[in-house]
Design a protein around this ligand. Structure first.
Ligand SMILES: Cc1ncc(C[n+]2csc(CCOP(=O)(O)OP(=O)(O)O)c2C)c(N)n1
Length: 645
């Protein structure tokens, strides 16, 4: 039998289908998700859970006119498949392919771009307010997960809905999960609502029945909801959403397309903000994912028949070294505590949480709170380590400045996924942290070249009591070096010379050190002698060594896995300028643009950050410098090429 999915070229095709065809289409969507994600990796479990919800939304709304805003966007693969992107779906998350998230430039149906959690309510509310100003009639629907609803920004928007518009639909996709188990009082409150099974089931089928009454169904339904609202205060304890001015509907089974359709139609017919509470199962239809939604939240490639993940051989990940080391340090120091903002497994803290449940804090998707909460812990003599992805730390920079650095509080920030992360793309690349942390007074920032040095940096960070200290490290495996038994304290602000050289000096940060060493070897073959320095510290920079390097050679080269703007290389330039040293500086980092998705290797090559790209550019400059050297000297301009005379 031909697949229905092949006949869906846009949302209008979904509207033509009857119940049994939609049911078949739901199965086909799941097959397609599993087929493609098994090859590309990506967000599997969240999308398996939103199949019927997406069909219901497309049946009731028109995404080219109405604005459907998905929070995060990681659960919108079905939406992509059904809104004209089916043909390109197998390119998802690959270089030049579809994004793994929603993107306004990718489709008119993508009302807002995202990747970070919690932005749907605010952005959709802005759209609703704009519609009201323009006297428009389109519907605005924010679809948000139970965990994303706990973000500070979501709660700020919730607080503002009733005052911003009187026509707004929130669909709460509640699967009780964040990536790991959802945490906090909001999550408990939602569970309480779900645990009214008799009342809720009776209500859902009653409303569904009423809607089917010819002609007057919608009005009868509306009347019933009004009566129900009056009774609700008695039947259910504390209706939080009603207090925020949202009419609460549900909870309903988010895998029943008919029930979803009638409830969404009802929500659409309402004036006044509405919240429809939809219960879904993360991983629905793929038993392994239903059993372990955390593992299947965003798997890499896997065998779709056996569910076996295709593990690539390679060194241990930085995240696992981090988790293991923190346990080791916590064993000998009762002051060490760990904080995560909803990423215990991603940051490698699952084992720590099991070993030290009282010293582990998962605060939910609340990076800003995590940082300031750590500040409070530090004031009482504890040694907090906030493990946070570089990209999500962007949310919390005011906390770092105002709550931690200004008060010189000793908090260790473990910035995971720093640098280019590959297929998750621009929303997730951790390429800004050097720039946004380097400006913070009294903050120490470092990056290790390998996992052994990483452990030393964690140890140094936990021992450092003068103020905040951050260690950034990339996604994935380390260099594969052995980790010594006893970690060493590193002298703050001291770089590590790795290779001697007299013509030029290459200062590399963290994971760019191996590139620097390769480039130096290649330069030698071309007759140039390059010094290589492992910078270790972005802040404070090793002033004395840097000045000596700059005075010795004809050029300083900097390499970093961060944007070029305001990054490590900028720090080097600023220092040399302050020292009135005119040695030219050639900086390598990500260009001043948002970096697309693709593999890390592909992106490095495309942007000239692989050894070949770096070498070519350095050689060009050296040759030009040699040619211009005499001329420059004759003109009395010391451009730093003196060593090449
Ligand atoms: C600001 C921010 N912090 C952390 C994340 C990582 N993250 C991606 S999805 C997710 C869980 C979202 O849970 P929920 O909203 O309930 O959706 P579900 O995946 O369960 O469908 C988290 C924590 C993020 N995207 N943004």
């Amino acid at each position: 039998m031909a697949r229905i999915l092949e006949s869906i070229d846009g949302p209008e095709d979904v509207k033509r289908l009857d119940s049994s065809e939609l049911f078949r289409l739901a199965g086909e969507l799941r097959e397609e998700l599993i087929r493609v994600v098994s090859q590309t990796g990506g967000h599997l479990a969240p999308n398996l859970g939103t199949v019927e919800l997406t069909l219901g939304l497309l049946r009731v709304f028109d995404p080219t006119v109405d604005r459907i805003v998905w929070d995060v966007g990681h659960q919108a693969y079905n939406f992509k498949l059904l809104t004209g992107r089916r043909d390109r779906f197998s390119t998802i998350r690959q270089l030049n392919g579809l994004s793994g998230f929603l993107k306004r430039s990718e489709s008119d149906c993508d009302a807002f771009g995202a990747g970070h959690a919690g932005t749907a309510l605010s952005s959709a509310l802005g759209m609703a307010a704009a519609r009201d100003l323009a006297h428009g009639h389109e519907k605005v629907i924010a679809v948000i997960g139970d965990a994303s609803l706990t973000c500070g920004i979501s709660l700020e928007a919730l607080n503002n809905i009733a005052e911003a518009t009187d026509d707004f639909i929130v669909v709460l996709n509640d699967n009780k999960m964040s990536i790991d188990r959802n945490v906090g009082s909001m999550s408990r409150y939602l569970n309480k609502l779900i645990r009214q099974p008799l009342y809720n089931r009776a209500k859902a089928s009653f409303l569904c029945g009423l809607r089917k009454v010819p002609k007057v169904g919608t009005r009868l339904c509306e009347g019933a909801v009004r009566v129900e609202e009056a009774l609700k205060g008695m039947l259910l304890p504390g209706i939080l959403f009603q207090e925020f001015g949202l009419r609460y509907l549900g909870p309903i089974d988010g895998h029943d397309i008919e029930l979803l359709t009638s409830n969404l139609e009802f929500a659409k017919s309402q004036r006044g903000p509405v919240l429809l509470h939809v219960i879904t199962t993360k991983g629905k239809g793929f038993p392994l994912a239903e059993e372990d939604a955390t593992k299947w939240h965003g798997p890499g490639q896997f065998n779709p028949k056996t569910g076996q993940l295709l593990k690539k051989d390679g060194p241990r990940t930085y995240s696992s070294v981090f988790g293991e080391s923190l346990i080791r340090f916590a064993e000998s120091d009762p002051g060490v505590v760990a904080i995560t903002a909803a990423m215990p497994s991603g940051t490698g803290l699952t084992e720590f949480a099991a070993r030290f449940p009282d010293r582990f804090f998962d605060v939910g998707i609340a990076e800003e709170h995590a940082v300031t909460f750590a500040g409070g812990l530090a004031t009482r003599g504890l040694k907090p380590c906030v493990a946070i992805y570089s990209t999500f730390m962007q949310r919390a920079i005011d906390g770092v400045i105002h709550d931690i650095a200004l008060q010189k509080l000793p908090v260790l920030f473990a910035l995971d996924r720093a640098g280019c992360v590959g297929s998750d793309g621009p929303t997730h690349h951790g390429v800004f942290d050097v720039s946004y942390l380097r400006m913070v007074p009294d903050l120490v920032l470092m990056q290790p070249k390998d996992e052994d040095e990483f452990v030393d940096m964690l140890y140094t960070g936990l021992s450092y009591q003068e103020g905040p200290i951050a260690v950034r490290y990339p996604r994935g495996g380390g260099a594969g070096v052995p980790i010594k038994d006893e970690a060493e304290l590193l002298p703050i602000g001291k770089a590590e010379p790795l290779r001697q050289g007299k013509d030029l000096s290459i200062w590399a940060l963290g994971n760019m050190v191996p590139v620097a060493l390769k480039v130096a070897d290649a330069l030698e073959e071309h007759g140039w002698s390059a010094e290589v320095v492992n910078a270790r510290f972005v802040k404070p920079l090793d002033r004395d060594r840097l000045v000596a390097s700059a005075q010795r050679g004809c050029m300083v080269v900097t390499l970093e896995d961060n944007v070029i703007t305001g990054g490590f290389g900028s720090g080097v330039l600023e220092l040399l300028e302050a020292e009135e040293i005119a040695t030219p500086v050639m900086r390598f980092g990500w260009p001043d643009q948002f970096i697309e998705h693709g593999t890390v290797a592909e992106l490095m090559r495309r942007h000239g950050l692989d050894a070949g790209g770096v070498l070519t550019k350095i050689l060009g400059a050296l040759e030009r410098g040699r040619e211009g050297g005499d001329e420059n000297r004759a003109a009395g301009v010391d451009v730093g090429w003196k060593a090449l005379a």
